[in-house]
Design a protein around this ligand. Sequence first.
Ligand code: BES
Ligand code: ZN
Length: 456
Amino acid sequence: MNEILNYIDSNKDNFLGELIEFLKIPSISSEEKYKPDVLKAADWLANHIKSIGISDVKVHETEGHPIVFAQWLEAGENAPTVLVYGHYDVQPVDPLELWDSPPFEPVIKGTKIYGRGTCDDKGQLFAHLKSIESHLKINGKLPVNIKLIFEGEEECGGEAIEHFVKTNPELLKCDTVLVSDTEWYADGLPSICYGLRGISYFEITVTGPDRDLHSGTYGGTLDNPVNTLCWLVSQMHDKYGRVTIPGFYDSVIPLTQRERDGYKLLPFNEEHYCKELGIKATNGEFGYTTLERAWARPTLDLNGIFGGYTGDGAKTIIPSKASAKLSMRLVPNQTHDEIAAKFEDYIQKLAPETVKVDVKYLHGGNPFMVGLESKSISAALEALEEAVGVKPVFMRDGGSIPIVGLFQIILNAPTVLMGLGLPDDNIHSPNEKFDLRNFFSGIKASAIFLDKLAKI
Ligand code: BES
Ligand code: ZN
């Protein structure tokens, strides 16, 4: 192992230079005009995988963005097989004016690299490629069989990977799934994540009169779609911060006392949390701590609301239409189908007959939870500890990686969420960054992990 770790240490500049090339490709999956760049990122990745010594690589076309799949199976039938998942697409960059440097021209300041996708998820997935390269360069082989699957639609809720996984269970067959698309608990404190929330994402449109009307002439004589939409969304929570959709909590697995006690032992300072976010106080479902609310309780939030006049000054109208983007974060054992149906029923029940209410389901993903007792999880804990020099903690996370739930069902292999980001990496925000110390220790952790897996 030492030689491999030395190889990593002496190739830091090369690794970083390559990562920067990858980061420069603006692979924003949700915006049509970047489609060629998403494809370019997939091709770049496939070529890079070839260049590190894995020749069986394919860019699979899909109805949406391509899936990059590669495999190296020369460790033989008796060696375990690891499936590494990641996503090469990134979030949009707006508001661009809040970036200190252009999102696709990565810059390094101190120990951090800034740019869109540095942390989520190009930097993290690249750590595994560099770990694999290091094994291949030093030993000419890998200690385990490796399959790589990288998608280009994670950030836009695309369904291509779901179809791919359902139709290719044999190709993806493995003993462990390895994903780096989450975060450490804190700077200097690595973690293994054992739970993620799911998601149900909707757009609601309320339509009233067939054109905007003078609010003096007509105001008070008909329902105003913006008022109605605001009323509708205000019906979604009670005064205890609980979601009021009938049956919403029916299949929620409650937090165990062990989890609640464990979370209390994690360093958490409510004041720092507020200060870092620029808020006066936290708030949420009554009876739960901030960590519990973020990791283990389902929520409903508006992502955006629009309609009527939003330009300069005042314009007196009753708008014709109003819309909202709304998502629910789900926890085990809720399913996105179940919750979507309950939400739609509730909205239709509440909707006044005076307006038209359209509900469009944009996408969904199921929540995820993995048991802590597998050998893969133990190996990951040890590998991270050896690479970083600090014992990792177990945590859950509030974000979603929709495909991991399906991996669990179809592949029936333990999933290791070995995230490398930091909580303040600004993923999905301006000035996204990735700490290079985490990048390099992540490469080492990955390399040690593969070695350990071969020995259990
Ligand atoms: N890497 C994130 C998931 C994540 C975020 C994990 C924060 C841990 C902490 C992932 O790329 C992501 O953002 N997923 C989307 C999925 C959605 C678009 C279906 C999310 O959670 O919003
Ligand atoms: Zn991600």
